[in-house]
Ligand binder design. Structure first.
Ligand code: SAM
Length: 206
């Protein structure tokens, strides 16, 4: 899987390559889908949610440009796979999930993560961010928002980067948002398809 992700230039940096080699996706997919763990496809994890395709995960991690000392906020824990990859790249990871059984699934999976001590799994509406640990050097949203939730802009550190899909409940554009001296610079990477961010600053339906 990693060889293919490099061949197709989804993985570009040595750091992201190392993270992908260290974290086994098979530990994060439901048992009945284990034989598909290394396919470049999303996989259902229950409650109409998915673990994203590995190529999408790699694209987002390359855009996020996580540094060794980064404090990261992830919205949408899902399986916990991306949280474990983030923890391989960063100093500390806070990850928020809104569905309790999916949070439990992630916590169980993360017992196999070599970097589990760096990860705090939280239950709640991630569209509000997580104020107790602000500011965050990096914010990654792994579900599609109608717009950038204002609390996430506030909670991003000066010099910070956020990667977030913005658009409808099925299709979005992936944005890279940079904050410098309170100014926000946005650029679009391209079209993506994520499950919706549901919450106060998200979509209204689950
Ligand atoms: N990052 C995940 C992984 O590595 O498996 C994939 C995330 S999945 C594509 C999107 C997740 O976002 C779902 O588990 C969904 O329940 C969650 N979600 C949607 N709205 C949310 C919100 N407001 N706060 C926290 N999590 C949310």
């Amino acid at each position: 899987m990693v060889r293919e992700l490099i061949r197709w230039k989804y993985i570009k940096s040595e750091r992201v390559k190392k993270a992908f080699l260290e974290v086994d996706r098979a530990h994060f997919v439901p048992r009945e889908y284990r034989d598909q763990a290394y396919y470049d496809d999303p996989i259902p994890i229950g409650h109409s949610q998915t673990i994203s395709a590995p190529s999408m995960v790699a694209i987002m991690l390359e855009l996020l440009d996580v540094k060794e000392g980064s404090k990261v906020l992830e919205i949408g824990t899902g399986s916990g796979y991306n949280a474990c990859l983030l923890a391989s790249l960063a100093k500390k990871v806070y990850t928020v999930e809104r569905i309790p059984t999916i949070r439990d699934f992630a916590k169980k999976n993360l017992e196999k993560c070599p970097y589990r001590d760096k990860i705090i799994v939280l239950l709640g509406d991630g569209s509000r961010g997580y104020p107790p640990e602000v500011p965050y050097d990096r914010i990654i949203v792994t579900c599609g928002a109608p717009d950038i939730p204002p609390p996430l802009i506030e909670q991003l550190a000066n010099g910070g980067v956020m990667v977030i899909p913005i658009g409808g409940t099925f299709f979005q554009e992936l944005y890279v948002v940079e904050k410098r001296e309170k100014k926000i610079k946005k650029r679009v990477w391209g079209d993506v398809a994520f499950v919706p961010l549901v919450g106060k600053y998200g979509h209204r339906w689950a």
